[in-house]
Each structure stands twice: as structure tokens, then as C-alpha cells.
Design a binder for this molecule. Structure first.
Ligand code: ARG
Length: 459
């Protein structure tokens, strides 16, 4: 039985059901490290400002440091009967140093304490997620660089559209992941604000020094309004929104790879170590890792919506509802980090089916826009050029003929501007080489982009 931090005012004990229902120790125990570090900084400040005797502050700091050591050694004693991680640590401290521990909670409330713990945890996790994102970008970049000459059919509406460099497609992933990185780094600015000292909601009459706590805990700013400090969970919602977008990107990448690894596409091979088989169909090699990545996104988006909806209509300031922000926050961060980790490994083992893919781009319908642009360059209007090529493609499809097999005369029937030289652009390399507009798929530009990314990611 843990002594309740608020027990004295209660004429009777809380019910067993209530204890079970209100407890958060099962999940907030993972905030132990931040809770201890926050308490050490708080105690140091209380001592320095002579709010508590210096020797008590020293004792508290020593006690907390040994608890931190225990935690690092995996010897931290969780008490499943504790209401939350704050009570758990307070109880351990009392056991270690006796009554001096009772002075730690001076000028502090669990309301500002939990806000601090979550912010510290999130700052650390953002750093880790950014590192993982960079590693994934690098793995994708390597696949692009190793296959710089490979051309694939690009798709719109999941219908073959135009020829592109595989590297160009892969760099599209790197772009999206860069935006994801920027978004969470930006969210980090709003997370990096120190709430301790807001107490329950109104601040305190004791002469605390919030700035020194902020500095010790390496925060950039102080929260500026004590009511907002304990009410605000925007920073969680914001990160969850960013993670939802990131997860959506990861699911789209997974989906591309799933398609590409089918026998129907056969652009790539996913290493066996990332696949599973079927218990009934002996021939199967299923891309389960990628499917689970795709599927996990629903969880992250659910986490986002769970916190957003929980916050809707809550009166200021702190309400116990806020305790429920943690399971979805932890789940979203864990899920995204797990996805990134396995994705990095999976990308490093992708083999591009170069020969099979070379056959796929021998499809002249991929060059229809190139013929349209050929005509435009010869003075034909866009509309007419589109009609001309439209007719030509239709006839060829109907008769199962290739455009390149049309005689010079037959070409002229579609347009007098169609010379035999048009056949020179009816090949994949010529097609991509034409796409020289900034951001286009021409090999020169893609190579330049690749080098640019290499510089950015290695900086
Ligand atoms: N466990 C709570 C939370 O996660 C913090 C404790 C605040 N409790 C309270 N009764 N004011 O938000």
C-alpha cells in the first residue's frame, strides 16, 4: 500500500476499483527517468533559493541519484499499487532518505510535473526519430545510387504513364521523409518549453527560480502562463499529427514496394528475411513486414484522433482526462520508430530486377507525351498534337502494332509534321533525357539531386 500524496483530507480509503481505475503506473512508469531528473533540478533550485534547507536538498538529490542509478541498472522497484510514477518515486525516496523527502514536493504539483515529464520524454524521442529518418533516407539514397541507370514505367492511376528513373522515384520518398523530419523538428520547438513551477494551475507564492530549472533540464524556454502550462496538450496532438502524416508516407512506400515485388510487376526482390510463407501454399513468399508497416499506420492515426477527441471541450485547466494522453502517445512513437527501424534494414536488402524491368519499359505507349511534345516543337498546337497522337495510339493498340513499325508514309497520314526522326525518341532513355525541366527525371538532373541529398544527409 502506497501512502497517497493527498490521503489526509480523505475520511476513508479509496475503493479498490477506484485505485485500479485511476492508476497510470502501468504505462507512465516509462517516464521514471524524466521524473527523477526533473525532481533533482527542482530540489536543487529549492535548496539554492533557501525554500528548503540546503542539507535536505542535498539529501533529496543524493536519494534521487541512487534511484536513477537503480533505474539504469534495471533495479528500479516499480510498485504496481502506486497511483502513478510520481507517487512511486516519492515512496522510494522516503524509504531511502526518510522525512527530508517530504520537502521535495514543495512548490510543485503533479500537474506541472507530468507536463514536464512528457515534454522531456518527447524531446528525446524526437531526436531518435529524426536519427532514424535520416538513416532511412540514406538507405533509400543508396538504393537509388546503386541503380542510377535503371528506368521504370512511372504510374498514374496505377496505369503505366511515362518512363522515369527508378532513382527519381526513390528520391520522391526522400523528399517526403525530409518534410516529415522538418515537421517534427518544428513541433519540437513547442515541446521545448519548461512547465515546472506552474504548480497546480496558478503559480506559487514561494520564491522559486524557474529559469535555473529550465537551464538544468536544457529547455529553451519557460511556459509563460501557469494555467496554460497544465492545460495544454497541443504539443502532443501536434506531434501525433506529424507522426500520422509520416506514417501515411511510410504506408505508401510500403505499398509501392509490395506492388513492385509481385510477380506481376517484378521490379524488385524483397529479401527472404523480411517475408513469411504460407502454411498451406508452399509456393508463397509474402511481404508481411511491408503489409504490417502499411497496417500500422491505422494505429498511429487512431492515436492522433484519440488524443484530439479527448481534448475537445475540456474546461481549463488540468483534468484527469489528460492522463489518457500517454498510451496513444507512447504507442504512436513506438510504432513509428519500429517501422523506421525495420524499413532501414529492408531497404538495405532490396535487389532490383534490372533485366525484368528493362523489358517493362519497352512499351511505346510510355512515350506518347514525348511525341506530343515533338509535334509542339514543330509548331503544332497542344490540342492538335494530342489528337494526332491519340489517333495514332488508338490505331496501333487496335491493330496490335508498334508506333515504331509505322512506315514514314503512315506517319505522315497522321500529321505532315511527323518525320521519321520521331522514332529516335521512342525509347526509354531518350524519353527520360528529354525531361530536363527543374525537378524532372532527366538522368543529369537526378544525379545532381542525388549528390545534393548526399551532402545534406551527411552534413
Ligand atoms: N497521472 C496524471 C497524468 O498523467 C498526473 C497526476 C495529476 N493528478 C491529479 N490528480 N492532479 O496526467
Amino acid at each position: 500500500m502506497v501512502k497517497k500524496l493527498w490521503g489526509t483530507r480523505f475520511p476513508k480509503k479509496t475503493g479498490v476499483l477506484t485505485d485500479k481505475f485511476t492508476s497510470s503506473i502501468a504505462y507512465d512508469q516509462r517516464l521514471a527517468k524524466y521524473d527523477i531528473l526533473g525532481s533533482i533540478a527542482h530540489a536543487r533550485m529549492l535548496g539554492k533559493e533557501k525554500i528548503i534547507p540546503a542539507k535536505d536538498a542535498r539529501k533529496i538529490i543524493q536519494g534521487l541519484s541512487t534511484i536513477l542509478d537503480d533505474l539504469k541498472k534495471g533495479k528500479f522497484k516499480y510498485n504496481p499499487a502506486a497511483e502513478d510514477i510520481h507517487s512511486n518515486i516519492q515512496e522510494l525516496l522516503v524509504k531511502k532518505i526518510g522525512s527530508a523527502a517530504d520537502k521535495l514536493h514543495t512548490a510543485r504539483s503533479r500537474n506541472d510535473q507530468i507536463a514536464l515529464d512528457i515534454r522531456m520524454y518527447m524531446k528525446e524521442e524526437i531526436g531518435e526519430t529524426v536519427d532514424l529518418l535520416v538513416m532511412l533516407q540514406k538507405a533509400i539514397l543508396k538504393l537509388a545510387a546503386d541503380n542510377l541507370k535503371v528506368l521504370i514505367p512511372g504510374y498514374t492511376h496505377l496505369q503505366k504513364a511515362q518512363c522515369v528513373l527508378l532513382a527519381h522515384h526513390l528520391l520522391a520518398y526522400v523528399e517526403a521523409l525530409e518534410r516529415d523530419k522538418e515537421r517534427i523538428i518544428d513541433a519540437g520547438k513547442r515541446i521545448d518549453q519548461m512547465p515546472l513551477g506552474s504548480c497546480a494551475l496558478s503559480g506559487t507564492g514561494l520564491p522559486i527560480d524557474r529559469k535555473s530549472v529550465m537551464q538544468e533540464l536544457k529547455f529553451k524556454k519557460l511556459t509563460a502562463n501557469s494555467i496554460d502550462s497544465v492545460s495544454d496538450r497541443d504539443f502532443i496532438i501536434e506531434l501525433l499529427a506529424d507522426l500520422s502524416i509520416m506514417a501515411m508516407h511510410l504506408s505508401r512506400i510500403a505499398e509501392d514496394l509490395i506492388l513492385w515485388s509481385t510477380r506481376e510487376f517484378n521490379f524488385i526482390d524483397i529479401d527472404f528475411s523480411f517475408c513469411t510463407g504460407s502454411s498451406i501454399m508452399p509456393h508463397k513468399k509474402n511481404p508481411d513486414v511491408l503489409e504490417l508497416i502499411r497496417g500500422s499506420v491505422g494505429k498511429v492515426q487512431g492515436d492522433f484522433s484519440s488524443v484530439l477527441v479527448m481534448m475537445k471541450g475540456l474546461p481549463l485547466s488540468y483534468n484527469r482526462d489528460l492522463q489518457l494522453d500517454k498510451p496513444p502517445l507512447f504507442d504512436a512513437i513506438d510504432t513509428v520508430e519500429n517501422i523506421l527501424e525495420i524499413f532501414i534494414a529492408l531497404f538495405a536488402n532490396i535487389v532490383v530486377e534490372k533485366e525484368a524491368v528493362a523489358v517493362k519499359v519497352q512499351d511505346e505507349s510510355l512515350f506518347s507525351v514525348d511525341i506530343v511534345e515533338y509535334l509542339i516543337k514543330k509548331g503544332v498546337s497542344y490540342r492538335d498534337a494530342h489528337d494526332i497522337v491519340g489517333k495514332m495510339v488508338k490505331d496501333c493498340l487496335d491493330r496490335g502494332k508498334k508506333i515504331s513499325a509505322l512506315s514514314d508514309q503512315a506517319l505522315k497520314k497522321y500529321s505532315p509534321k511527323l518525320g521519321a526522326d520521331v522514332k529516335k525518341i521512342l525509347n526509354p532513355l531518350a524519353s527520360v533525357m528529354l525531361k530536363k525541366s527543374y525537378g524532372g527525371t532527366s538522368p543529369v538532373l537526378v544525379k545532381r539531386q542525388l549528390e545534393n541529398w548526399r551532402k545534406i544527409l551527411n552534413a
